[in-house]
Design a protein around this ligand. Structure first.
Ligand code: SF4
Length: 261
């Protein structure tokens, strides 16, 4: 929707939020961990389920008690503690190095000072840490510190594009800035939770369940998916017909079929 005003996009988002809240709400409040702990949690949650990352985090904190101890620990010990979260060999050195980088930059693992920086500076501070992108920074700033930072994961990116909340031309980094401008600060957490839930349950990849979707009458992508579905069901009907015809021909074919060998 090039040329659409911010106001118009906000009105559309209000309608989406109203319907999504009716469908999936009330939404649980997100976890609130101290910011450095949340940063560790975001590393643990990469490429794994919420349940497994939660278990890995609990076990890490049970083993070491404080993040300062994690920063000093041997990588193999961290690896053992987070085993349940998967990819422990990659995540353990990443956690240790990010904690030490914070200590080098800040002399403390207390990141509450980020709350008092302008949002852009707080995002910059976090994304300058090795391996920390805008999504992790957004989670830390929004969940831990209540700042209006957007965290876009694969679900939010896909669903927002399908609903034309963000233009298709925006890459994921640009989408962060764009959504932060469009979504009102007090709606960011709710938007995050509602759109992720919708992306996991209904607006799935690659083919969404449009007929079961509460937004189907408002969604600009639905007609495209409907015709995709139609043509794929036509192709499968054609394939069924062809297979049936082939089966009829096979007995008269000079080439023996697999079935007749
Ligand atoms: S109508 Fe389809 S594409 Fe649009 S939001 Fe719903 S599930 Fe997603």
């Amino acid at each position: 929707m090039p040329g659409i005003s911010i106001q118009h996009r906000r009105e559309k988002i209000d309608e989406f939020m109203y319907l999504l809240s009716k469908e999936y709400g009330p939404f649980e409040e997100p976890r609130t961990l101290p910011p450095a702990n949340e940063l560790v949690f975001t590393i643990l949650s990469q490429h794994t389920s919420d349940i497994n990352s939660g278990r890995a985090y609990q076990n890490l904190m049970k083993t070491f008690e404080t993040l300062e101890q994690v920063a000093e620990a041997e990588v193999t010990k961290i690896e053992t503690a987070i085993q349940r979260g998967g990819l422990a060999k990659i995540k353990a050195p990443r956690i240790k190095s990010v904690l030490n980088e914070i200590l080098d930059k800040n002399e403390s693992l207390d990141l509450n000072f980020l709350k008092y920086l302008p949002l852009e500076e707080a995002i910059k501070w976090l994304t300058e840490l090795k391996g920390i992108g805008p999504k992790s920074a957004g989670i830390v700033l929004n969940f831990s510190l209540g700042l209006p930072a957007m965290a876009i994961d694969t679900h939010i990116y896909r669903v927002s594009q399908r609903l034309n909340i963000i233009p298709k031309s925006k890459n994921v980094n640009k989408a962060h800035e764009f959504l932060q401008r469009i979504i009102l600060p007090d709606q960011i957490t709710k938007f995050h939770t509602a759109i992720i839930t919708h992306g996991r349950k209904t607006c799935i990849a690659p083919l969404p369940r449009c007929n079961a979707c509460v937004l189907k009458n408002l969604c600009p992508s639905k007609p495209g998916f409907d015709s995709k579905l139609k043509s794929s069901s036509k192709i499968s009907a054609k394939n069924v017909k062809l297979t049936a015809n082939k089966k009829k021909i096979i007995p008269h074919s000079p080439i023996p079929s697999e079935e007749n060998k």
